[in-house]
Design a protein around this ligand. Structure first.
Ligand code: SF4
Length: 462
């Protein structure tokens, strides 16, 4: 069969592609203004996640830990959540939103965080913090199921369901970006502005690319407000760009408040960006302006310069978040490349029925494997065993040694990227993202041609 999807056959994981569910919930929480999450678990569940965020964005983010110790395994540790909420509110007078994010240990112990939130709402918040706006949100993200991707999805839905409130229609679109970069949000806002569409961009992380001001202040926090979240119930519709990172919240708003939902595809490449603009047009009735037709034309021109001459038949392996990986594979096909291996790093059986994967199956006329519940060993072992030959790898920095050791050029895409400068600033979505992706793929291939003296003379005459 030219294109098959199957689960990894080994037990265990070697070099995981993802980290665990609480990481995704923490990522969603740092997209909210005046919000500091408490992760209910051991300190490492925060420390390593914060390190990933800091490595990727080269900035610092506030996330707290209830810092559970051995005694909790026997006696439980909800009292540490009570203490943590109090300390956080004392130390940070601006904080309004405190998600309480569970981890593997506290879910196994069976700590009742919903109960402790009810208790705090009736007690501490009424007594010590009367008159202060504080929202405590329990978020269940046991790490023995799903991944950081499903953790993000669950948290986005929990935030939306905690705040969404029916009121007068606001004429806006809810845009759930999924696990994006600041550069993506800038590109999406540009498309919305050109379309004259008023949108609430949810879990707004554009300001993660924060300035260092003359007074020494650098502000890195999300800008989605409690009011933005409340207004999601009154929107014209919701567009969740990613099926697995925001799709749950879009479905919730549709079923609870009759807010129509369009879920995916991530606007990666020309075709998917066209679909995104078409969805905006359908939802709002606003026409697609000439300016965007021109941007599209510029992108197609840039791709045409590269496609047949440099990309045709190049064999690519892609790993990372499913929505990103599938979008990149579709884009590679449009560029005449052959995405021969797709690794989706968690155990979500829904990938098997994803319509875009079915679309790939219908299109591909070469051998292509899509592995779910995958790890990076799936890539390394195929290279070591000479089962596949690759011209390019697309994925985050955790796979850098596979590229270095095997001298296979690699473009860093996804999260985390910490071994290249400023990548979070560049979009992969929209027409601008299509240009950036194609040109960066070309540039890593060009560098490789020069290094290996492989037809590098072509670059003299191109
Ligand atoms: S796997 Fe469990 S202990 Fe490890 S970081 Fe995730 S939640 Fe914390």
């Amino acid at each position: 069969m030219p294109c098959e999807i199957k689960q990894k056959e080994r037990v265990g994981v070697i070099n995981p592609i993802f980290t665990c569910q609480p990481c995704g919930a923490q990522y969603a929480s740092i997209g909210i203004k005046d919000c500091i999450a408490i992760v209910h678990g051991g300190q490492g569940c925060v420390m390593f996640v914060r390190l990933l965020f800091a490595q990727h964005f080269k900035d610092n983010f506030d996330i707290a830990s209830s810092s559970v110790h051995e005694d909790a395994a026997v006696f439980g540790a909800v009292h540490r959540v009570e203490e943590a909420v109090d300390v956080l509110l004392m130390r940070y007078p601006h904080v309004k939103v405190i998600p309480v994010i569970t981890t593997c240990s506290t879910e196994v112990i069976g700590d009742d965080i919903d109960g402790v939130v009810r208790k705090l709402n009736k007690g501490l918040l009424k007594e010590k913090y009367a008159g202060r706006e504080v929202h405590l949100i329990p978020i269940h993200t046991p790490s023995f199921k799903g991944s950081m991707v499903s953790g993000y999805d669950v948290a986005v839905k929990d935030f939306v369901s905690a705040f969404a409130k029916k009121d007068q229609p606001n004429g806006k679109i809810n845009l759930i970006t999924g696990w994006a970069n600041p550069g993506d949000v800038t590109a999406l806002k540009h498309l919305l502005m050109e379309m004259s569409v008023d949108a609430t961009v949810l879990f707004e992380i554009e300001s993660f690319d924060s300035p260092l001001m003359p007074d020494g202040n650098a502000v890195s926090h999300g800008s989605t407000t409690v009011e933005d979240l409340a207004g999601t119930a009154n929107a014209l519709g919701t567009i969740a760009l990613n099926r697995y990172e925001g799709g749950l919240a879009a479905k919730y708003l549709e079923s609870k408040f009759n807010v129509p939902a369009i879920i995916g595809p991530a606007p990666i490449g020309i075709r998917n960006t066209d679909t995104f603009l078409w969805n905006l047009k359908t939802m709002t009735g606003k026409p697609i302006p000439e300016s965007l037709v021109r941007e599209r034309g510029i992108a197609i021109d840039a791709l045409t310069d590269l496609t047949h001459m440099f990309f045709a038949d190049k064999r690519v392996a892609i790993y990372g978040n499913a929505d990103l990986a599938i979008g990149l594979a579709e884009f590679c096909l449009d560029l005449e490349m052959k995405p021969v291996l797709l690794l989706l790093g968690d155990d979500n059986p829904a990938y098997q029925n994803d319509p875009r994967i079915k679309g790939l199956k219908g299109k591909v006329d070469f051998d292509m494997q899509i592995i779910w519940n995958a790890d990076l060993w799936e890539l390394e072992s195929r290279i070591n065993n000479k089962e596949i030959e690759l011209d390019l790898i697309l994925g985050h920095s955790k796979g850098r040694f596979t590229s270095i050791d095997n001298k296979i050029p690699m473009l860093r895409v996804g999260f985390p990227v910490y071994d290249r400068a400023g990548y979070y600033r560049h979009p992969v979505v929209g027409y601008a993202g299509a240009i950036w992706l194609a040109e960066e793929m070309a540039n890593v291939l060009f560098t490789d041609m020069e290094y290996k003296k492989n037809k590098e003379w072509l670059l003299n005459v191109w």
